[in-house]
Design a protein around this ligand. Structure first.
Ligand SMILES: Cc1cc2nc3c(=O)[nH]c(=O)nc-3n(C[C@H](O)[C@H](O)[C@H](O)COP(=O)(O)O)c2cc1C
Length: 203
């Protein structure tokens, strides 16, 4: 199996068309949010808004080892994508916390939260895409295939004064994700054919 496989927008849109799934309405207006957080210029905000309006995005690939801090330090284990998958996501996808649906090896689809970025609290040197599934697997998932559907955006990534504050922020993301994914238009994406299809390589 290819390590890095990603299927984006086009497939998502055709899946949506075939299922008559309505476009997603975002829970907050990222344009306003980004202006407040980062004082971005008007054109930057427009690009971010345009990028987020491409959601949902579907992506998949093998689960690889991260730094292992998610389970050891945070008590919030994450499944990491290999660099090939990270690089195949649009560079313009804003860094931050997202929510959506995910499954492992075409199994049951679960709610998830996702981090896209450099983890400023840890000052990572590479952009990473890490998925925390709202399900207790009780085993290592390394080497298995993770598929995700990025449904909505929660907040920009940031650094924190303490580990406790980072954990509290992610716990807040999880609560928001749970509620948002219960909304009918977002819940429908759990049934997307992508989650049971064979993955095709982008290469
Ligand atoms: C929903 C979510 C939001 C996150 N937000 C941030 C953030 O704002 N800042 C940050 O430095 N790291 C953030 N992280 C990333 C964690 O720091 C990361 O999952 C942790 O370092 C574990 O990474 P590792 O498995 O590669 O060791 C977030 C993770 C998740 C799942």
């Amino acid at each position: 199996m290819e390590r890095g496989i990603v299927i984006l927008g086009k497939l998502a849109r055709s899946a949506l068309r075939s299922q008559r799934i309505p476009q997603i309405n975002h829970p907050l207006a990222p344009e306003i949010h980004f202006k407040r957080q980062h004082s971005r210029s008007g054109s930057d905000c427009k690009e971010i808004w345009e990028m987020l309006s491409q959601l949902p995005l579907f992506a998949g690939g093998e689960i690889v080892r991260g730094f292992g801090r998610g389970s050891k330090e945070l008590g919030i284990p994450t499944a990491n994508f290999p660099l090939e998958v990270v690089k195949s996501l649009p560079e313009s996808l804003p860094t931050g916390a997202y929510y959506g649906w995910a499954n492992v090896d075409n199994g049951p689809v679960h709610k998830m939260v996702l981090s896209v970025g450099w983890n400023p609290f840890y000052n990572n040197k590479e952009r990473s895409v890490e998925t925390h599934m709202l399900h207790d697997f009780n085993c290592d998932l390394y080497g298995q295939t993770l598929k995700i559907c990025i449904v909505g955006y929660l907040r920009p990534e940031r650094s924190f004064d303490s580990l406790e504050s980072l954990i509290a922020a992610i716990r807040g993301d999880i609560e928001q994700a749970k509620a948002s994914l219960d909304e009918a238009d977002k819940a429908k994406l759990k049934e997307a054919p992508y989650f049971t299809e064979k993955l095709c390589s982008s290469k």
